[in-house]
Design a protein around this ligand. Structure first.
Ligand SMILES: NC(=O)c1ccc[n+]([C@@H]2O[C@H](COP(=O)([O-])OP(=O)(O)OC[C@H]3O[C@@H](n4cnc5c(N)ncnc54)[C@H](O)[C@@H]3O)[C@@H](O)[C@H]2O)c1
Ligand SMILES: O[C@H]1[C@H](O)[C@@H](O)[C@H](O)[C@@H](O)[C@H]1O
Length: 339
């Protein structure tokens, strides 16, 4: 069976995922597209022979749509995801699942009422080969118990529209999700402090930021978020255990020796850095929809947890670096918990 996908939001990542579903992943076809910018929807739909719909609700209701991909702006995600659940259709939602913890919980409750998982959230790092190898090593026990994780998340620059709270909500959210998964542990507190600001930024922005997280098992995580580092897109992660450490590999790149220098290029954006991870993410999602099984990727609960933890980080940033306890509800049985 070919999975017929309807896409809500034909912007930057929507177009990239449409290309991926059309040219890279087998077993899927984009049959429907909508965007509040209808001219953009028409242009993008024409490239793949899809039908344009006036709104997300019409697209979700279409009998020509088996599964829904939400790639619109974050504040609109909850409405589309809730509509897809009401229609009983699998839905892949780019991060964030929703911009408030309350909306994430509404989605969790709707899915619980439906009785099985329909939602997958677009935290693509769980599909990156390097992070998967790290998880294998940590899970094998060869390092002993994990104790400390050192991370850095650097972007070359960000536009003026990027605000200080986005360092947690838009950027650190990737580490928050992938570390919960890597360590199989829950983050219980967050602290954000701001060192000397770089001069290479828009004046309103606090950049870089240092974030500290503690897990239920007592693991301490330090994360440097630096979104105007100038030199490239650079993701670092090192987990230190009782008997050794494991480090995320840099992407494979040829080493060049010339003009008295020896080096490798640094990638410049997330699209290149995580291209393979996005491909794997969609291969696995389409396979689950095709098989009629629950998705195996990040769940609505993971989307809720990430939002609650980023909320704690934002509260810490707003209160000059106070340590803020994460106020998370008990995990329901549908997501492997006991509630
Ligand atoms: N996983 C990742 O690394 C990653 C990377 C980039 C973006 N994202 C996420 O993807 C989402 C989209 O980001 P983007 O960079 O493509 O943004 P974008 O602004 O380029 O595209 C968003 C599109 O959604 C449309 N839109 C907004 N509200 C809509 C609605 N209610 N119905 C239909 N269309 C609507 C806009 O007109 C626009 O075309 C964001 O939530 C962002 O956080 C994730
Ligand atoms: O939306 C983007 C994206 O999620 C990237 O992966 C991250 O590095 C950026 O900081 C963020 O702004």
């Amino acid at each position: 069976m070919t999975v017929r996908v309807g896409v809500i939001g034909a912007g930057m990542i929507g177009q990239d995922h449409i290309r991926r579903l059309t040219d890279v992943v087998t077993g899927a076809q984009v049959t429907a597209v909508t965007d509040i910018d209808q001219a953009r929807a028409a242009e993008v739909a024409a490239r793949v022979g899809a039908t344009v719909f006036p709104a997300g609700s019409d697209l979700i209701a279409s009998p020509d749509v088996d599964a829904v991909l939400v790639t619109s702006w974050g504040p609109t995600h909850a409405e589309h995801v809730l509509n897809a659940i009401a229609a009983g259709k699998p839905v892949f939602c780019e991060k964030p699942l929703a911009t408030t913890a309350e909306d994430c919980l509404r989605i969790v409750e709707a899915e619980r009422a439906h009785g099985r998982r329909l939602v997958q959230v677009g935290f693509m790092r769980r599909f990156d080969a390097g992070y998967r190898q790290m998880k294998e090593v940590i899970t094998s026990g060869s390092l002993g118990a994990p104790l400390i994780v050192h991370c850095a998340h650097r972007n070359p620059t960000v536009p003026e529209s990027y605000t200080s709270v986005m360092a947690a909500q838009d950027t650190a959210v990737h580490e928050i999700d992938v570390l919960r998964w890597l360590l199989d542990d829950e983050i219980v507190s967050a602290q954000v402090i701001t060192p000397r600001a770089t001069s290479q930024r828009f004046g309103h922005l606090k950049d870089p930021q240092l974030m500290y997280f503690e897990t239920a098992n007592g693991v301490r995580i330090d994360l440097e978020v630096f979104v105007n580092c100038q030199y490239g897109y650079d993701i670092q992660c090192e987990t230190v255990g009782e008997a050794g450490l494991v480090r995320l590999p840099d992407p494979a790149a040829v080493a060049v020796r010339t003009a008295g220098q020896h080096g490798t290029a640094v990638l410049q954006d997330w699209k290149g850095r995580f291209a393979d991870a996005f491909d794997t993410e969609f291969r696995e999602w389409v396979a689950s929809v095709e098989a009629g099984t629950e998705p195996t990727g990040p769940s609505a609960w993971d989307g809720y947890a990430a939002t609650v933890i980023t909320d704690a980080a934002v509260r810490s940033l707003d209160s000059d670096g106070t340590v803020v306890t994460v106020d998370m509800k008990p995990r329901p049985a549908l997501y492997g918990g006991t509630a």
